[in-house]
Design a protein around this ligand. Structure first.
Ligand code: SF4
Length: 252
């Protein structure tokens, strides 16, 4: 059994496949909470701080999440959605942290079915979960967009950087890449040092950096600094197209 918070058809807004029409599944729950990202929200009358997908992270929202117990039901919904779209789009499985469910029977059945259809799946993951690729071979056909958290997440290093989990992904997948969300302050302080340390651990993976900013009003505070940072260090710049186009609208 796993939790879904939403599913929708859109265009991938970030990373290696930015601009590609993609069907999104967003799972509920995360093994981190990233209080340093400072997105304030209110739940049951209490103000809390987390990331911009707090509604898919904080279990206090779980009453709004959908329980997926039978993979066939979700697979039928996906078949129906793909028929309406008219082709098999890329699939992005995001969260929260979707790989919390990697060994769940229902979750793995859905992933295996998608792989059998020849659909490219990208997991948007924080890279902290160790995957057993021998027991779950379908993950070897997937792309892992490793959105590793840096010190600005407010999480301790030993919780956000799991060397063995990362090395397994590098060794068992072909198109995976690293993705960092950074702001001007981090660019001017520890961003390169932190990213370089991770690059030494995962030398085969391409690096994408994108600006912090959960709205059109805030993203421009950081985009130029990240743009120049990428030029300076030979990293790929990734924009966040969905924010440029849709601003703060959810489910796009
Ligand atoms: S790991 Fe990602 S989804 Fe989880 S709390 Fe941190 S930013 Fe949010």
């Amino acid at each position: 059994m796993f939790y879904l918070t939403e599913q929708f058809f859109s265009i991938q807004g970030e990373g290696k496949y930015a601009g590609t029409p993609s069907y999104f599944l967003r799972t509920g729950g995360c093994n981190l909470s990233c209080p340093g990202f400072g997105a304030a929200y209110e739940v049951d009358g209490e103000v809390r701080y987390g990331c911009d997908t707090y509604f898919a992270v904080d279990s206090r929202f779980s009453k709004t999440w959908i329980k997926v117990e039978h993979p066939d039901v979700l697979i039928a919904e996906l078949e129906d959605a793909f028929k309406k779209i008219g082709y098999l789009p890329d699939m992005v499985i995001t969260g929260g942290e979707p790989l919390m469910y990697h060994n769940d029977d229902a979750f793995y059945a859905v992933v295996s079915w998608l792989v059998e259809q020849g659909i490219r799946i990208t997991f948007e993951t924080n890279g902290t979960i160790e995957i057993d690729f021998d027991t779950y071979p379908a993950y070897g056909a997937c792309v892992f967009a490793l959105s590793l958290k840096l010190a600005n997440s407010g999480e301790p290093r030993e919780k956000r950087i799991k060397p063995q989990a990362l090395k397994n992904i590098q060794a068992n997948t072909k198109e995976s890449f690293l993705k960092f969300t950074i702001d001007k302050a981090l660019v001017e302080t520890t961003a390169f040092e932190e990213i370089d340390e991770i690059r030494k651990l995962l030398p085969e993976l391409d690096i994408y950096c994108m600006p912090v900013g959960e709205s059109r009003d805030t993203i421009w505070h950081n985009d130029k600094a990240v743009f120049h940072f990428c030029m300076q260090h030979n990293f790929h710049y990734s924009d966040r197209l969905h924010i440029r186009v849709f601003d703060t609208t959810q489910g796009v």
